[in-house]
Write a protein that binds this ligand. Structure first.
Ligand code: SF4
Length: 242
């Protein structure tokens, strides 16, 4: 779907209204990481050939979904030609194709596709956000960039007070959530190793659930496949429905 172009802040429901709107308004202006700002804006100008007609978003990416949700789906960062183009997390790239199809199979989304900001996607009792709000070069943020960005995630978590399960797609998101909780509770990271379908009840009463990232590399190498992902998501749903 390439003909839909020009994502605009006014098309983003959580930017217009609701308890996250002032945070996201501030987020959109953020230029705290020079290396990342240069990269996200350069990618937005250079574009990928198949998306030549698009005006890329090229800015930080807000979260998306139900602010009263019990499930938080935590990614690493927007993709260069996915979120950085479309303005929405897990939208318009191969990871999104795979993930949203699986989410839809278990009823977490209303449709199996996530292609552009006004495509009608809705999350059922779920919210998605990346720990790093902009696309980093080579998908690898520095420790300093992760630190710079962490307060946005912390502020989101304050608003998302109903979250019962944090589904971390990849180790960076998993560790970012542990770091957040460790500010208040004393525990060691090595006691909570990341793994696919590994789950831990944390001292704050929330469950942190590890999941391999649905990146093309992980899918193409068979590290994660649709049946593994659907099984894990079904387990998460069961937990939420208890
Ligand atoms: S990664 Fe985060 S802190 Fe850095 S520029 Fe983007 S929004 Fe700002």
């Amino acid at each position: 779907m390439n003909e839909i172009t020009n994502p605009k802040p006014n098309d983003h429901p959580l930017l217009i209204d609701g308890p996250l709107s002032s945070l996201y308004d501030e987020l959109l202006k953020c230029r705290s990481c020079p290396r990342i700002v240069e990269f996200r804006e350069r990618i937005a100008l250079e574009k990928r050939k198949q998306f030549r007609s698009w005006t890329y978003w090229g800015r930080p990416i807000p979260g998306f979904g139900d602010v009263h949700a019990q499930l938080l789906i935590l990614g690493l960062a927007p993709a260069a030609h996915g979120g950085n183009r479309t303005g929405r997390v897990f939208t318009g790239d191969k990871s999104a194709d795979f993930l949203v199809k699986c989410l839809n199979k278990v009823g977490i989304t209303n449709q199996p596709k996530s292609e552009f900001l006004t495509d009608g996607l809705k999350m059922n009792d779920a919210f998605m956000t990346p720990v790093l709000k902009c696309v980093p070069p080579n998908d690898k943020p520095t420790a300093e960039e992760l630190r710079n960005c962490s307060h946005y995630f912390e502020d989101e978590m304050t608003v998302l007070s109903n979250v019962k399960v944090v589904l971390a797609l990849g180790k960076i998101g998993f560790d970012a959530y542990l770091r957040l909780i460790r500010q208040k509770f004393d525990f060691k990271f090595k006691d909570l190793p990341f793994g696919h379908d590994k789950r831990y009840l944390l001292p704050n009463g929330k469950i942190l659930w590890g999941c391999y990232h649905p990146s093309p590399r992980n899918v193409n190498t068979g590290r994660v496949n649709a049946s593994m992902m659907i099984k894990l998501l079904s387990n998460v749903k069961e937990e939420l429905d208890k």
